[in-house]
Ligand binder design. Structure first.
Ligand SMILES: *Cc1c(COP(=O)(O)O)cnc(C)c1O
Length: 409
């Protein structure tokens, strides 16, 4: 069966909760053991001193380690992603930073795609570097062979431990070839250099891009975005193979940045409608892109698969993406002045950052989400003050287009 058919029932048995069709919120910090022997056994499994029989669910100990709401959600996310396991975090950033802290030690090398989400960029450039981690950013036009040369000439190739990609990149929708970087990871492995490949898949969700199928070890999400889709919580998810997830979940246990039962419960409810929402958002986005391409004030539209993104970009799109998504960026003639005038006139579409929710949002990346990126770097990424970024919601497409039409004149 398809994941969307199982999102209402997988991993929960109504018999556990008085027949309740939906899992209640297990708002509890700790769990009572049947006897001391059971407590001993649960701890032995939790601390890896004893192998858990596969069919046996993990014993409930304490809500920092596990909780039924977290566990049901993790099983459903693993099912959607096609991964061995999943871990829920209190934010996308806590998931991403925990992945980085799980695999990087002082002197190690992190290779990452640029541009990346502002919070991720800050964590890499200002926190990891303080801990002695060497960081190598690369842009979408750079290939693994180029980075390899640089790492070799710096004498640090053998210290590569994490390759981190964000694709499509925000807000330019530039794609990175996941498979090419998985091949690089494999090449390193054949030289006894063990690096993980992690992909931030927030822009595409598990519906439109499957990084694990192209060789990624870990997939990171800001669940605040499409996964939740209702702009009413902050959360993160990391999915991956068993070995990688043991490291991530162990780190999470000791940092203590898991999501609580209420957030997990809300998110479990949200992913029941994930496919419906994303299908509709994708359809709406396509209609808006077609309309923008014919608007006289629009000088360029940034959307995966469009010819204007470049030949190599279209190739990656065809290989890697199941759909172009629902994030649309476009440039308007007249720069910031025109962009602001349009943003100030929007009525249905709200002027706010964040993305992937059921309501449409618009913002000005140059002065808002990417304000922190140096101007020359922004220009080199094609990110000018003429750009507006839209996150397309589930409203009626005609209504969204009429709102844009009245604002753009
Ligand atoms: C929002 C976002 C994040 C950070 O997630 P939070 O839930 O805000 O912590 C990371 N990556 C991408 C691509 C995002 O859009």
């Amino acid at each position: 069966m398809k994941p969307e058919s199982l999102m209402m029932t997988h991993g929960y048995n109504p018999e556990w909760s008085e027949g309740a069709i939906k899992a209640p919120i297990f708002q509890t910090s700790t769990f009572v053991f049947k006897n001391a022997e059971e407590g001993k056994r649960f701890f032995a499994i939790a601390y890896g001193k004893m192998e858990k029989p596969l069919e046996e669910p993990m014993g409930l100990i304490y809500s920092r380690i596990n909780n039924p709401n977290m566990q049901i959600l993790e099983e459903r996310m693993a099912l959607y992603e096609g991964s061995d396991d999943a871990a829920i975090f209190e934010s996308g950033m806590s998931g991403i930073s925990t992945v980085m802290l799980s695999f990087l030690r002082p002197g190690d090398v992190l290779v990452f795609s640029n541009p990346t989400y502002g919070g991720t960029h800050h964590f890499i450039q200002h926190v990891l570097t303080d801990f002695g981690i060497k960081v190598y950013p690369f842009s979408s036009s750079v290939h693994p062979a180029d980075i390899r040369k640089k790492l070799e000439s710096d004498g640090v190739l053998d210290r590569v431990r994490l390759l981190y990609l964000e694709t499509p990149a925000n807000p330019t929708n530039e794609l990175i070839d996941i498979q090419a970087w998985a091949d690089f990871r494999d090449q390193l492995k054949s030289e006894n250099i063990n690096a993980k490949l992690a992909v931030d898949n927030t822009y595409m969700g598990p519906i439109w891009q499957k990084p694990l199928e192209f060789g990624a070890d870990l997939v990171c999400y800001s669940a605040t975005k499409f996964l939740n889709g209702h702009s009413d919580l902050i959360a993160g998810v990391v999915c991956g193979d068993k070995e990688s997830m043991v490291a991530v979940k162990t780190m999470r246990t000791f940092i203590g940045n898991m999501a609580g039962p209420h957030t997990s419960w809300l998110l479990t409810r949200s992913i029941e409608t994930l496919k419906l929402r994303m299908d509709r958002q994708g359809e709406n986005a396509q209609k808006i892109v077609d309309w923008l391409l014919n608007h006289p004030k629009v000088t360029r539209v940034y959307f995966p698969g469009l010819e204007s993104q470049g030949v190599e970009q279209v190739e990656i799109y065809k290989k890697q993406c199941l759909a172009p998504g629902a994030m649309v960026s476009f440039d308007v003639a007249g720069g910031e002045k025109t962009a602001f005038a349009i943003l100030n006139k929007l009525k249905l579409i709200k002027l706010a950052v964040s993305l992937g929710s059921n309501e449409s949002l618009a913002q000005h990346p140059y002065s808002m989400t990417h304000a922190d990126v140096p101007d020359d770097v922004k220009e080199s990424l094609n990110l000018t003050d003429a750009m507006i970024r839209l996150s397309v919601g589930i409203e009626d497409a005609e209504d969204i287009i009429s709102d844009l039409a009245q604002a753009m004149g």
